[in-house]
Design a protein around this ligand. Structure first.
Ligand code: HEM
Length: 412
């Protein structure tokens, strides 16, 4: 456990002990708030975003958002994900080095746009495709400063902040999309339509502002972290030829995904793209033998817990996930308790589907002699600093076929 004093956040206690993580994740909702904590870091999401809510309002929104992200519901997107990945990987150049992060980010953005908004106005989709990555270009430090000094968020300065401008434009597009969705709402099966049809116990629908914040959260949370995890997966896998060979053999042999699942889990363990699950204590709590005062900002360090809970934690060894199931609260890449990421099933299925499709299309190798370092403090997710540079050594089977879609999912 470490105690820090951070500008904008005040007294912060960071924990890396799995027992402390378990205590925090399993404590009752009244003892700590997550929304209040995230609002100090990510005001860009909007006040009705699930991540920023607590108490009854959080429960209500979570009840509405969870079913369309459930394991069985997200299976319907597998074909879409495979097509988007094949289409993208099919156009990668042979023998040239490129950063894989923006490429998988484009795939993940396309998937979440279609899952959340369904078939939509093509121009509006194109505008959203261009603007959403800009909303994420927010600098983490500037974002915390914005939450700590609200006059920044209201005053003239905010109008000059590029991510705030991007967020305003994205909001405008989403409000138009919600209005367009009202026509033929009953026949649509995308996530926005599910949210628009949802009613409270007393029959009240979500307001347009709640819908816009919910959709924005899904679009942003739903693509960037999955893309960052995919970039790390390729970076790690291509530097471990035995793991790559074993995975390619499994994929060649058929439908089994046992080793593929292990590779995904090992990537999420060794390179968590969200560094911490954050809470604020509402009452004094004893954690790890210390009495921590009410009001303290507590960060469960995801990387720290993974390091403490696993032997030879710095080694990439997917085999560790092939044996007995792990004790709870040792793998916490998706956070925990009542706030555990509701998109976890979609993210894992998407990662597996993209890796399978890419390896069917292309033989890849790492393009950089040295392993990537974490690019920190620029954004909310920890991405490989140089975007994980790779080279396609040769095209395979599906990668040689002409693309099924005229348009690349890479913007432009
Ligand atoms: C590899 C990909 C992903 C990772 C590593 C990840 C990780 C996380 C983490 C650590 C949290 C905070 C949990 C806590 O505080 O205990 C979270 C929350 C959340 N995530 Fe994800 N996530 C991923 C993908 C997704 C996807 C695909 C979606 C939706 C389409 C999504 C939607 C959300 C939402 C809405 C929340 C807020 C939950 C709440 O406050 O109740 N995430 N995620």
């Amino acid at each position: 456990m470490v105690r820090l004093r951070l500008l904008g956040l005040g007294e912060v206690v960071a924990v890396s002990d799995p027992a402390a993580a378990k205590l925090i994740f399993t404590s009752s909702r009244e003892l700590l708030d997550a929304g209040k904590a995230y609002a100090k870091i990510i005001p860009v999401l909007g006040p009705d975003a699930l991540l920023l809510l607590d108490g009854e309002r959080h429960l209500r929104m979570r009840r509405v958002l969870s079913p369309p992200l459930h394991g069985s519901a997200v299976r319907q997107y597998q074909g879409l994900i495979r097509d988007a990945a094949m289409d993208e990987a099919g156009r990668w150049p042979v023998g040239e080095s490129f950063a894989i992060f923006p490429r998988v980010q484009a795939i993940a953005l396309e998937v979440v746009l279609q899952a959340v908004l369904g078939v939509s106005d093509q121009q509006r989709l194109a505008d959203l495709r261009a603007i959403l990555p800009q909303v994420l270009e927010v600098n983490l430090i500037a974002s915390i400063a914005e939450a700590a000094y609200p006059w920044l968020a209201k005053g003239r300065v905010r109008r000059l902040l590029p991510w705030a401008r991007a967020r305003r434009e994205a909001d405008r597009l989403l409000i138009n999309e919600i209005a367009a969705h009202r026509i033929g709402l009953e026949d649509r099966d995308d996530i926005l339509a599910v949210l628009m049809r949802a009613r409270d116990k007393d029959g009240t629908p979500l307001t347009d502002e709640e819908l816009a914040d919910a959709v924005m959260t899904l679009l942003l949370a739903g693509h960037d972290s999955t893309a960052a995890s995919l970039a790390w997966l390729f970076e790690l896998l291509l530097r471990h030829p035995e793991s790559l060979a074993r995975l390619e053999e499994e994929l060649r042999e058929g439908e089994s995904e046992v080793f593929l699942e292990a590779v995904v889990q090992e990537t999420l363990r060794i390179q968590p793209v969200i560094e911490a699950a954050n809470r604020i204590l509402n009452v004094p709590c004893e954690i790890g033998g210390y009495l921590i005062p009410a009001g303290t900002f507590v960060m469960v360090s995801i990387r720290g817990v993974h390091r403490s809970a696993f032997a030879e934690a710095d080694e990439f060894r997917p085999e560790r996930f092939l044996g007995e199931p792990l004790p709870p609260h040792t793998m916490i890449s998706f956070g925990g308790g009542s706030r555990r990421c509701p998109g976890a099933s979609l993210a894992v299925m998407e990662m597996k589907t993209v890796v399978r499709a890419v390896l069917e299309c292309a033989e890849l190798r790492s393009a950089a002699p040295k392993p990537e370092r974490e690019g920190r403090a620029r954004r909310f997710t920890t991405v490989p600093a140089r975007g994980a540079r790779v080279v396609v050594s040769s095209k395979r089977g599906a990668g040689n076929a002409p693309s099924r879609h005229a348009r690349s999912v890479i913007a432009g």
